[in-house]
Design a protein around this ligand. Sequence first.
Ligand code: 5GP
Length: 183
Amino acid sequence: MHEDIEKTLVSEVEIAEKVAELGFNISRDYEGKDVVLVNVLKGGVIFLADLVRAIDIPITIDFMAITSYGAASQTSGVVRVLKDLDEDIEGRHVLVVEDIIDTGLTLGYLLKNLRVRGPASLSVCTLLDKSARRLLEDLPIKYKGFDVPDQFVVGYGLDYRQKYRNLPYIGVLKPEIYQKATS
Ligand code: 5GP
C-alpha cells in the first residue's frame, strides 16, 4: 500500500496536532450549545472519529451517505442521498464534518438540503481544502485543517477506488496507479 504513494502531503503527526487544535476551537465555540456533528460517509469517518475525541463538550453525531453521479474522481454536484440523518436538526447547531472540499458542489448541495430543515446554525469543518478547484464560493467553512494543491490525494479516510482509506497519513498516488487502472 505505502509503495503506491508518491509523496506524503500531511503526516500522521501533523494530522494529530491539527485535530487537537480543531477540537479545542470547536469546544470553545460551541460551549453550552446543542450541537450535532454531521458526517458524510465514508471519506470523513476517520477524521470524525479522531475529532470527536478532541472535543470536550457534549455533542451528538449523525451520518449521511451520498453518492455523486459521474466518474469517481470528478463531481457534478448532483448527488443522491443514500442514507439520511437519523435525528431532527431543527433548532440545533449543525457542524458538517468533511474530509475534503474540492469544487464545493457536493457540499453546496448538502448544505441546501440541510438548511431547509431549520437548524439554529449551519457551519462546516473540513480537514482538507483544495481551493484551486473551487466553483462554489460563500461556503460557511468555519474550521479548516490544511490547504492541499490540485492533486488527487488519498489516505486518512480518502480513497481511490475504495482503497487507501486506512493509510494513517495523506499522500499523493503514483501516476502509474491511475494509468494501470485506465489502461
Ligand atoms: P466536490 O464536490 O467538492 O468537488 O467533491 C467533494 C468530494 O469529492 C469529496 O468529498 C471526495 O469524496 C471527492 N474528492 C475530491 N477531491 C478528492 C481527492 O483529492 N481525493 C479523494 N480521494 N477524493 C476527492
